[in-house]
Design a protein around this ligand. Structure first.
Ligand code: TXA
Ligand code: MG
Length: 320
């Protein structure tokens, strides 16, 4: 069976409650009709995703937002104007048309307008929004090419549309607008600095968790997530014994001591964080193919996209 689909074929499959891999500028998504509980159920099945983890709903432009959510705060409007289409997801109070299965029973829905031309074409070819989590098995590394999607999900989905390698490489930034103050639930493709330049200071999960005591267990916030198969350690923790097979995920020029590694991948020789984000998941996948005892990761600055990269690496390193 040919697993590669045209946009038209994919739209026809989606209209029949099928599920297809869709390129976006962040990572590939596994798309389904967001208004069809049957289709949504297939997404959870295919990914082996727990039912309590809600999905992001994708729309072609901010114009269709009012069909899904109760209201759009002025600050959210500003972010939509600044970053949509693009790697930003926003959470709002949902209208009843959004099935509970999509939001895992929550009264809120996460919405995004992707910029990838193929995602745009597919969304415009479908008379319904597309719910789409990243197209990986639950807890595993997100796909940044159509091949990655098929490696994990071939036979479990109805096909994938080819859309090249993802330009951003990490998932969207998620901002929650359902509380008293806009807060960042997941760092991602739009940096915190860029968002704060438009709407001022954001609360984070950490700062709000203390206040209400029960911040949402949201956005890939399972401690172990984005898991490669090979254990990961950050420089500083690692003692390389002579007989271990160790990989290195490097960043920038480095300070020497890059000898003796079985496999080295530099996320960006020039120390560019955007370039590093696009190489992150494929670096983790390459390490998994080398039969290593563990992987060491060099320090990556925690500014701009570095926040999202460090967040994913910390989760990838968590072993429980
Ligand atoms: O870049 C992306 O966001 C990609 C592409 C495909 O759009 N999608 C993606 O989806 O990363 P997923 O399902 O892997 O991650 C979405 C995260 C989930 O961890 C979920 O907990 C959170 O978004 N989420 C979804 N709905 C939510 C809601 N109503 N409130 C809070 N968090 C929500
Ligand atoms: Mg995911």
């Amino acid at each position: 069976m040919n697993s590669y689909l045209t946009v038209e074929e994919a739209a026809a499959i989606l209209a029949q409650d099928g599920i297809v891999g869709m390129p976006t500028e962040t990572v590939y998504g596994l798309a389904a009709n967001a208004f069809s509980p049957q289709a949504i159920a297939k997404v959870f099945e295919a990914k082996k995703r727990p039912w309590f983890d809600p999905l992001i709903v994708h729309i072609p432009s901010a114009d269709s937002l009012s069909h899904l959510v109760k209201s759009v705060p002025a600050l959210a409007q500003k972010l939509a104007e600044a970053f949509w289409p693009g790697p930003l997801t926003m959470v709002f109070e949902k209208l009843d048309v959004v099935p509970d299965l999509v939001t895992a029973g929550a009264p809120t829905v996460a919405v995004r307008v992707p910029s990838h031309p193929v995602a745009q074409a597919l969304l415009r070819a479908c008379p319904f929004p597309l719910a789409a989590p990243s197209a990986n098995l639950f807890g595993r590394v997100s796909p940044t090419s159509s091949r990655d999607v098929l490696d994990q999900l071939e036979g479990r989905i109805d096909g994938v549309i080819e859309g090249g390698d993802c330009a951003v490489g990490v998932e969207s930034t998620i901002i929650d607008f359902t509380g008293p103050q806009a807060r960042m639930l997941r760092p991602g493709g739009v940096s915190r600095e860029e968002i704060e330049a438009v709407i001022g200071p954001l609360a984070t999960l950490e700062t709000t968790a203390g206040e209400d005591g029960n911040a949402m267990p949201a956005p890939g916030t399972c401690k172990r997530h984005y898991s490669p198969l090979t254990p990961i350690q950050f420089v500083g923790d690692a003692v390389v014994s002579d007989d271990s097979r160790v990989g290195l995920i490097a960043f920038g020029k480095g300070k020497g001591r890059r000898r003796g590694f079985v496999k080295t991948v530099n996320l960006s020789d020039s120390g560019d964080l955007c370039e590093a984000a696009t190489h992150l998941y494929s670096a983790l996948r390459q390490m998994d193919l080398c039969g290593l005892d563990y992987v060491i990761v060099e320090e990556i600055p925690a500014t701009g996209l570095g926040l999202a990269i460090n967040d994913r690496l910390r989760r990838a390193a968590a072993r429980d």
